[in-house]
Design a binder for this molecule. Structure first.
Ligand code: AHR
Length: 495
């Protein structure tokens, strides 16, 4: 099979906001306890954070990590997780039907974030709580005033404010599974009033309002319109969430979900612009895709798992090779939509639907999806170019014509490199790629990384990793193996 890729230096989509390579840690299962935090582990630092896990996280270079949820945040009392650990309450946690010990809270998490070279993206509880607790929380985190909550932070040992710059106004408030789920009207009102108080306390922050928790929600579209009618002038981003699965065991159709994600993004951006036009506003609301991944094998697990356990193993999705292919494709979709998607969080980071897994008091290792994420995050920084693709197509279950080749092209000026991410979705045929690149001098192919495994269902475990990237000979006429993800790097000289 042949495909062509035409690239022109001047055909720019936009500069990538590095925050699209963000991730997510929720108080859920073993993400926090037994994941990032395990004071009894022989790799634990003075705070109880696992250094082996930190090392793997740093390899992903995630610029932001959303915290503390997720569904968890809609029942969370942030005050339970600060100060003297021996006085923190254990509580019934209603999102995941577990016991939350509160041994990790905002104090510890921002310390962890420093060690992980990342920034906290904080969510406030707009389920059981509202603007009052949110304004106290931001005073605690960000204020330098001589007032109660800022002083409480100082008393807890943190003289300098945490300066958390990105705040989510609740989580998935459109879903009836959410603790204190709301109608779009109810949410629009509480989000607006919370946005106002948060920005009064710290005008330098940015805010994310909840969009839809899935493109198949019956309220998708109307939810966004109503929420933005209320919040448009007060927020900076609208969120999108989406998890895909391959229950039908139809790999080609599964890999086409990268196109579904593209449609979800473009439709949501269009709705933001519809409200912009309606309000005759000069401001553009951009998108925060703050939960995305593959998740289907362990969905609803909490409903049947034993209840009221501390850090039970929940949502420990084991990813196979085809999952890594879709994650690679979804990253290309995010890069190709970088003019509107400014923030994105792979959900999640450790143990819970995660690229990194741990054993209690044991090893840490990486899953298949770790690799495309790592390469996109490390090398996919710069400006996305709009490439023209010619490739044979197949038909998805929706009747869409899906090109076998999915690609994104990033001009990374800092490194003086053009980076092509390219996936051949054909399950049978290799693809010879005819690449024509205009506008660059002395382009030299320097690296071809390939992620390929003959068995689409192969998984990596702590003892065995059949799905690992390999180096191929860099070439001006690369060949992409059947069902493979690839990164092609070219060095250029300045014109
Ligand atoms: O990431 C797991 C869960 O998925 C989150 O808690 C929730 O926001 C979403 O439904």
């Amino acid at each position: 099979m042949k495909a062509t890729l035409k690239i022109n230096k001047n055909q720019i989509i936009d500069k990538i906001d590095n925050r699209i390579y963000g991730s997510f840690i929720e108080h859920l299962g073993r993400a926090v306890y037994g994941g990032i935090y395990e004071p009894t582990h022989n790799e634990a630092d003075e705070y109880g954070f696992r250094k082996d896990v930190l090392k793997l996280i740093k390899e992903l270079n995630v610029p932001i990590v959303r915290y503390p949820g997720g569904n968890f945040v809609s029942g969370y009392n942030w005050e339970d997780g600060i100060g003297d650990k021996s006085k923190r309450p254990s509580k019934m946690e209603l999102a995941w039907l577990s016991v939350e010990t509160n041994q990790v809270g905002i104090d510890e998490f921002q310390e962890w974030a420093k060690r992980a070279n990342t920034e906290v993206m904080m969510a406030v509880n707009l389920g059981t709580r509202g603007p009052d607790e949110a304004r106290n929380c931001i005073e605690y985190c960000n204020s330098e005033t001589n007032t109660y909550y800022a002083n409480l932070r100082r008393k807890n040992g943190f003289e300098k404010p945490f300066n958390i710059k990105l705040w989510c106004l609740g989580n998935e408030m459109d879903g009836d599974w959410q603790i204190c789920h709301k109608t779009a009207e109810e949410y629009g009102r509480i989000a607006t009033e919370t946005a106002k108080v948060l920005k009064w306390v710290d005008p330098s922050i940015e805010l994310v309002a909840c969009g839809s928790s899935d493109p198949n929600m019956p309220t998708f579209g109307e939810w966004e319109r109503t929420v933005l009618d209320h919040t448009y002038d007060y927020v900076d981003y609208l969120s999108l969430h989406c998890y895909y699965g391959n229950k039908a065991n139809d790999t080609l159709n599964f890999l086409a979900r990268a196109e579904d994600m593209d449609k979800f993004i473009k439709t949501t951006a269009a709705i933001c612009d519809e409200i912009k036009a309606k309000k005759n506003s000069d401001k553009t609301v951009n998108l925060s895709f703050d939960e995305w991944n593959i998740w289907y094998r362990t969905k609803d697990e909490e409903k049947t798992a034993p209840r009221w356990k501390i850090a039970p193993p929940l949502l420990e999705e084991i990813f196979n090779f085809e999952d890594a292919l879709l994650v690679g494709g979804m990253l290309m979709t995010l890069q190709n939509n970088c003019d509107r998607v400014k923030i994105a969080c792979l959900a999640q980071l450790v143990n819970v639907i995660a690229p990194i897994m741990t054993e209690d008091n044991g090893d840490a290792w990486v899953q298949t999806i770790f690799y495309p994420f790592m390469y996109a995050s490390l090398y996919g920084r710069g400006t996305t170019l709009k490439a023209t693709v010619e490739s044979e197509k197949y038909t998805s279950s929706e009747g869409w014509q899906v090109p076998y080749l999915i690609t994104s092209v990033v001009d990374n000026k800092e490194r003086g490199e053009l980076v092509i991410f390219a996936e051949n979705r054909s399950l049978d045929n290799e693809m010879s790629l005819d690449v024509s690149i205009n506008g660059y001098d002395n382009l030299i192919p320097i690296e071809h990384i390939q992620l390929y495994c003959d068995d689409l269902k192969s998984i990596n475990t702590k003892d065995k990793a059949p799905v690992i990237p390999t180096n191929q000979k860099p070439s001006n006429t690369p060949t992409l193996k059947k069902h493979s993800w690839n990164m092609l790097r070219y060095k250029y000289g300045e014109r």
